[in-house]
Design a protein around this ligand. Structure first.
Ligand code: UT7
Length: 327
């Protein structure tokens, strides 16, 4: 039997500070009714002053390591999927390595925005399948709140902060990551972007004045493509393995918008009892959303050994990806 990667531990962490829709009503021209109806979001978590991306990673990672029965020094690799790391350089994974004391691990970040965890899972799976890694920590983590224009009601109501982590180890058994699918369309890079601060538009008084250090999104255009693309993606992922919807124990979708999640579930004819939803509590935590939702369903005992679990995400790039797991 060839090697596969298997998730042997999960963890997640969201900051304590809550911003509710009612809190936002007091600051910008929006309403709890609009946000709830258009997105399903009721509240989101945001970091406190001084709290960093790697701090969120540390909490989620400790939980995942404990669940896997491993110590930090057992890890040989740390990958963080993020677009809101502590700083452009070094990688947040290197900072996490130090905070964890995972001295034997190689460490790097990847950025595929909201699809980042699926991209990370695919990369991690390859390292494990080839035998190059045996104890790998993968984290999806974002501090979106520091990159939001809190005067722009079309974006600031949507996003939140958090981190989710998994430990991956090799297995020769039947369970594990069966396959991952990754896709992107860079023609649509400007649908969701943060144009300032990189080498094209280095930080300057002009980039600050033009509010280029905040997330921008063509929401409605993105919405339409996300619905169509995710419907195709989940169907093709199940077909690849001849898995019927009736055999799917749990769909763990990216938590951007409840209407997108509902549309995907409807296309699969999957009851919402078999769909992980937490967008109401945390908003869109980008690359953290899938691993946070995964950790929650694992801890709630909603998936058991042998179950098929489907993960999917869609985001800036545009990028999208899926993974089918036999738990
Ligand atoms: O995670 C990465 C991938 N991202 C996504 O998948 C997000 C996809 N997009 C979405 O989730 C939705 O498009 C949004 C939630 C962002 C927006 O919902 P929508 O139904 O597409 O609304 P819209 O952008 O078409 O705006 C409808 C109206 C506009 O007013 P007018 O022009 O019709 O008068 C907006 O100005 O709603 C207005 N609006 C708001 N009103 C109250 C936009 N934001 C708000 C707000 N509160 N926060």
């Amino acid at each position: 039997m060839p090697l596969k990667s298997k998730i042997t531990g999960t963890g997640s962490y969201v900051p304590e500070k809550i911003i509710s829709n009612h809190d936002l009503e007091k600051k910008i021209n929006t309403s709890d009714a609009w946000i709830t109806e258009r997105t399903g979001i009721k509240e989101r978590r945001v970091v406190k002053a001084g709290q960093t991306n790697s701090d969120l990673c540390l909490e989620a990672s400790r939980m995942a390591l404990q669940a896997a029965g491993l110590r930090p020094k057992d890890l040989d690799m740390i990958i963080i999927a993020t677009m809101s790391g502590d700083m452009p350089m070094p990688s947040t994974a290197a900072i996490l390595q130090r905070k964890l004391g995972a001295r034997h691990a190689a460490s790097f970040d990847i950025n595929a925005a909201c699809s980042g965890f699926l991209y990370g899972l695919s990369v991690a799976d390859k390292f494990i399948r080839t035998g190059a890694s045996r104890k790998l920590l993968l984290v999806g983590a974002e501090v979106n709140s520091r990159f939001l224009d809190w005067k722009d009601r079309s974006t600031c109501v949507l996003f939140g902060d958090g981190a989710g982590a998994v430990v991956l180890e090799p297995t020769k058994g039947k369970s594990g990551v069966l396959s991952t699918q990754l896709h992107s369309d860079g023609n649509l890079w400007d649908y969701i972007c943060l144009p300032g601060g990189g080498s094209e538009n280095p930080p300057s008084a002009k980039t600050i004045k033009n509010r280029m250090h905040f997330i921008r999104m063509k929401g409605n255009e993105t919405f339409k493509i996300a619905v169509r693309t995710l419907e195709r993606l989940v169907i093709s992922t199940l077909e690849e393995h001849n898995v019927e919807t009736s055999e799917l124990a749990m769909l763990i979708p990216h938590q951007a918008n409840l209407r997108i999640i509902n549309a995907t579930a409807k296309r699969l004819k999957l009851p919402m009892s078999r769909v992980a939803v937490n967008v109401d509590k945390y908003g869109n935590t980008s690359s953290a959303s899938v691993p946070i939702a995964l950790d929650e369903v694992v801890r709630e005992g909603r998936i058991k050994k042998g179950d098929y679990v489907l993960l999917e995400a869609f985001g800036s790039g545009l990028t999208w990806g899926s993974a089918l797991i036999k738990w």
